[in-house]
Ligand binder design. Structure first.
Ligand code: SF4
Length: 167
């Protein structure tokens, strides 16, 4: 399980299922491409300051080892709670590996906005519950239904979910 699973779980269960079952459209999405450019261009000094780490198969792009801070860079804050849970999951994975006192910072460079992320005791219980729910959803034979919300227009699966229906 990765931070992307936690992110998608909070955005759309169908997206979570499609992604987890090997149906990926990210390479066709301009928004995802944009997001990658933001990563590469917003903080050109970042790779020297922070480390990319991989722990339990989970990749964290920007980790400030000295201050124990996970930095996560996003394009838009439309789904901020999904981003928060992604960072909380990273903090949880670090804790699980004996690294305590970690916090996170969500950064939206194009919006000039940042927000602090902390993992509470309630969050720890919620993460255990979410992990079980994610396992249940992705191992099901049934793909969850489309959610028909404003988020869909910016989703890499939009054509997959709606175009056939519209035609
Ligand atoms: S287009 Fe909408 S329903 Fe389809 S995966 Fe994306 S968010 Fe979910």
């Amino acid at each position: 399980m990765t931070g992307t699973h936690f992110n998608y779980y909070h955005i759309c269960k169908r997206k979570l299922w499609l992604f987890s079952n090997g149906i990926t459209m990210e390479h066709t999405s301009e928004l995802v491409y944009d997001g990658k450019l933001i990563h590469e261009n917003s903080y050109p000094q970042r790779p020297e300051k922070y480390e990319e780490i991989e722990i339990d198969g989970v990749k964290i792009d920007f980790y400030d080892t000295r201050n124990k801070v996970v930095h996560e860079i996003k394009r838009s804050d439309k789904v901020e709670s999904a981003h928060e849970w992604q960072v909380k999951f990273y903090i949880h994975v670090l804790e699980r590996n004996g690294i305590s006192g970690v916090t996170g910072i969500l950064e939206y460079p194009t919006l000039r906005h940042t927000s602090k992320v902390e993992l509470t005791d309630d969050d720890r219980k919620t993460i255990a519950r979410i992990e079980q729910d994610i396992e249940r959803i992705i191992s099901s034979d049934d793909c969850p239904p489309v959610i028909n919300t404003g988020i869909c227009r910016n989703c890499s699966y939009y054509e997959f979910c709606y175009v056939a229906e519209e035609q």
